[in-house]
Structures are given as structure tokens and as C-alpha cells.
Design a protein around this ligand. Structure first.
Ligand code: COA
Length: 189
């Protein structure tokens, strides 16, 4: 049986509180377990993990600007990334450093600087979402996975064997609030 797609929630970020406290409040309502008692721990890479009564579920979140985006699912490993693009001028330089050669070529082929910057952020979100689902985050290496655009959607095309079968990964890209970009990556796990 295929696992249900993870659910996501957009929460206004309270800058005077830890994001995890806000996530715990959301999860408490969702699960009926008191916020302070939720079996939410961190692994050695600081990745949030659900254990105990919530074993078999996964949660991940990302914060940017005034937004906090969380994703929660059962029977999956998931990662989510939220970006608030704001006129990054060094897109080409960063892409040369962190993206694959074919991804750089895709960016260069964009019609103008605006669409190039937008495409850059889409790629960044997609890669970070997969790497957060995998668990080692950016330290794994952004160039060890390659996304290609197929029918207007980014698809994981090639990846280091450590990330498993590329076809097992699913990606959702969307704008959860005006000006924000997000990507959610998941696979059965
Ligand atoms: C995890 C990472 C991708 C976050 O990137 P970011 O763009 O700064 O932040 P985001 O808002 O998207 O995500 C932050 C959330 O990711 C989660 N996170 C932290 N480490 C993670 C990991 N290894 N894998 C998946 N998710 C992780 C946390 O919930 C964190 O929220 P918090 O700030 O409330 O603790 C980045 O910090 C990274 O790659 N770190 C490498 C892992 C590492 O070196 N860890 C240090 C060992 S202690």
C-alpha cells in the first residue's frame, strides 16, 4: 500500500519563541498528546525524530521570514524547505559552487535574470528538502543529487546511491504564502 502524502501546515512565525515550541503546539492538537510530552527528539545531526507512540511518523519544518512551514506524515521519511527569495545577486556564483553542471546549464538557459533567480530558488528548495528527508542536511553535498525539469516540474533525475532509487522520491513544489517558495520531498520509509 502506498503511504498517504504528508500533510503540511503554514504557521505565522513567532520570532520570540523557538520554532520547535510552535511545532509542538501544532502536533499536540493533531495527536492529542500534550506539547511537553510529545516524543519528539533530535538525532546526532539535529534532525527531529518522532519516537515512542509516534514511531512510524515523521516531521520536519523550515522557517524563513515570517513563516514556519511544517510537514507531517506516516510511513514516510520527509523533508521540507521554505525560502523567501529577496533579490539574490550571486545566483550564478552560488550555482557554480553547489549545483551540478547540468543544473547550471538549465539556469543559464532561463530567459532573464528574474526567471533565473526563481529557478535557482526552486532548485535550492528541492535539493534541501531531499537532504533534510535523508537526514544529513546540506553537509551531504548539494551536488550529489541532480534535478531536471520535466513538464514544468522538478524531478530527481540522478543521485548518489546513498540517497537510494531516485524514482522512490516524490517532490511537491508550491508557494505557501505570497512571495514564499516551498518544496516537500518524501519517500516511503
Ligand atoms: C538542517 C539544515 C538543512 C537547515 O537549513 P536552514 O535553511 O538553515 O533551516 P530551515 O529553516 O530550512 O530548517 C531548520 C530546521 O531543520 C531541522 N533540521 C535540523 N537539522 C536537520 C537535519 N540534519 N536534517 C533534517 N532536518 C534538520 C530542524 O527542525 C530545524 O529547525 P530548528 O531551527 O527549529 O531546530 C542545515 O542547517 C544543515 O544542512 N545542517 C547540516 C547538518 C549538520 O551539520 N548538523 C549539525 C550537527 S549538530
Amino acid at each position: 500500500m502506498t503511504a498517504a502524502p504528508p500533510e503540511t501546515a503554514w504557521i505565522p512565525r513567532h520570532h520570540d519563541r523557538r520554532a520547535e515550541a510552535q511545532v509542538r503546539e501544532w502536533l499536540a492538537v493533531r495527536t492529542g498528546i500534550a506539547a511537553a510530552e510529545l516524543p519528539l527528539v533530535r538525532d546526532a545531526q539535529d534532525r527531529p525524530q518522532l519516537v515512542g507512540a509516534l514511531q512510524g511518523h515523521d516531521i520536519n519544518w523550515s522557517h524563513s521570514g515570517d513563516g514556519l512551514l511544517l510537514a507531517y506524515g506516516s510511513g514516510v521519511a520527509l523533508g521540507v524547505d521554505l525560502e523567501l527569495p529577496h533579490g539574490r545577486r550571486r545566483v550564478a556564483e552560488i550555482a557554480r559552487r553547489y549545483f551540478t553542471v547540468r543544473e547550471q546549464a538549465w539556469l543559464e538557459a532561463q530567459a532573464d535574470a528574474g526567471t533565473r533567480e526563481y529557478a535557482f530558488h526552486r532548485l535550492w528548495c528541492a535539493k534541501e528538502a531531499v537532504l533534510k528527508a535523508h537526514g544529513r542536511g546540506l553537509s551531504f553535498g548539494l551536488d550529489r543529487l541532480h534535478f531536471a525539469e520535466v513538464d514544468g516540474m522538478l524531478r530527481l533525475d540522478h543521485a548518489d546511491p546513498e540517497l537510494g532509487d531516485t524514482a522512490s522520491w516524490q517532490l511537491r513544489e508550491w508557494s505557501p504564502a505570497p512571495g514564499y517558495l516551498a518544496a516537500l520531498a518524501w519517500r516511503a520509509g
